[in-house]
Design a binder for this molecule. Structure first.
Ligand SMILES: *Cc1c(COP(=O)(O)O)cnc(C)c1O
Length: 412
């Protein structure tokens, strides 16, 4: 035999238990894990098909939509992103792309690869997309087919005004592609109310499911118009072709397209059941409440948010690294000594910020308190002037003034 058995160090892979407070994946509830370990069945088994129908219904609740084509793409958030562009952008078509962080930049890449003509609206990283600039871009360019923007920019922790961005697109007869990977279940995402045409998310952020699935939704009107398109070219992607996938995820005549990741879909079903049990508003409220406490603690340590208060995402908290502190060393020590993962800066912000994610099942009091305690001791060891206990006291005060039984209206 030419190839002998590989020499392996690992006989069975058992990862450490980490506290996940980065940009995703988030922690996963044991119920979701155990759902994944259930027996694999065929992707057209009638029992599985019944579960698929319910999964679509649960996703409609999460997206707050009646859209028939609402289902999970077999692939990470990036696959959902690509699916929107390959089906909605034909060569030569104009697309306004908003870019105020890393993920807006990826949308631009998608437009270019589809042969679209990008019209870029740039905003400073850490600031929301300027709706007036988008309006101006529409006025300056006739025949724009699509507006693409990121609702919750994970690279900076900023939320943009999705409602008004979608409104501007409608006014100018363009479709909207919205990235809701980090926003879904963490802050309101109201697809029908805002009239967003296409939106994708990810399983591993505020939904707290295993990574590798991308919930997506397309409006009925969009699908109709895509079919009316003169000389409709076939989508450049076979795997992400909306028509072909409708054959599997649509309501009738289910046929084989690709082998669905059955066990991952069980876990998404379970995560969505948990979301429904908690209630969307309560999930938004939980993210906001834990954010208030984390914010109070981080600020008590002298850390400053890079995003202005009204535009901060509760689930993604980006703060500037204090001068004289080695950014990477802090992250390394948090991981080695406390098993805590936090996020580093990406792109232009590399080395300048830390990102504290509190998404989904990671968004809980014990994580906030642990992270603050860990930061204090690590800072203290590194010679930063902090008093251990200060951050927890500030966080505790914030929790006390935002009781968990307060309704969402009180903090919206
Ligand atoms: C994480 C993320 C993505 C990409 O999702 P993957 O699952 O990593 O492919 C896209 N957009 C935003 C805003 C994200 O936070």
């Amino acid at each position: 035999m030419k190839f002998g058995k590989p020499k392996k160090k690992i006989n069975t892979f058992y990862p450490p238990q980490r506290t996940l407070m980065g940009p995703g994946p988030s922690e996963i509830h044991p119920r979701v894990f155990s759902a994944m370990g259930r027996p694999t069945i065929g992707y057209l088994d009638p029992v599985f098909v019944e579960m698929m129908d319910e999964l679509k219904e649960l996703l409609r609740y999460a997206f707050q939509t009646n859209n028939a084509m609402t289902f999970p793409v077999s692939g990470p958030g990036s696959a959902g992103m690509e699916m929107c562009f390959v089906n909605m952008v034909s060569p030569g078509e104009k697309v306004i792309v908003c870019r105020n962080g890393v993920f807006g930049g990826r949308m631009l890449e998608n437009v270019e690869r589809c042969g679209g003509i990008p019209i870029i609206v740039d905003d400073t990283w850490g600031q929301p997309i300027d709706v007036d600039k988008v309006e101006d871009a529409f006025k300056a360019n006739k025949d724009v087919k699509v507006l693409a923007f990121v609702h919750a920019e994970t690279s900076t922790g900023v939320a943009s005004d999705a409602k008004n961005l979608a409104k501007v697109a409608k006014k100018h007869n363009a479709f909207t592609i919205m990235d809701a990977v980090t926003s879904l279940a963490g802050i309101p995402v109201l697809i029908d109310e805002w009239a967003v045409d296409a939106c994708y998310s990810g399983s591993q952020k505020c939904l707290s499911c295993t990574p590798g699935l991308s919930p997506i939704t397309f409006s009925d009107e969009l699908i109709e118009k895509l079919h009316e398109k003169p000389n409709k070219n076939k989508s450049q992607s076979w795997f992400l072709d909306l028509d072909l996938l409708t054959g599997y995820w649509g309501d009738t005549n289910r046929t084989y397209h690709h082998t669905a990741p059955t066990n991952s879909l069980y876990s998404l079903h379970e995560a969505l059941l948990m979301l429904q049990e908690e209630g969307l508003e309560n999930s938004w409220f939980r993210h906001r409440r834990n954010h208030q406490a984390l914010k109070a603690g981080l600020e008590a340590l002298g850390l400053n948010f890079i995003v202005d208060k009204p535009h901060r995402l509760p689930q993604m908290n980006a703060v500037s690294v204090m001068p004289g502190v080695n950014e990477a060393d802090v992250r390394k020590r948090l991981l080695a000594e406390y098993n805590i993962e936090i996020g580093a800066g990406l792109g232009d912000l590399a080395g300048q910020i830390w990102r504290f994610g509190i998404m989904g099942y990671s968004c809980k009091m014990e994580n906030v308190m642990l992270a603050l305690c860990a930061l204090e001791t690590v800072f203290s060891d590194m010679g930063v002037n902090v008093e251990v206990g200060t951050a927890e006291a500030a966080a505790y005060k914030a929790y006390a003034s935002h009781p968990s039984n307060l309704k969402i209206e009180a903090v919206a």
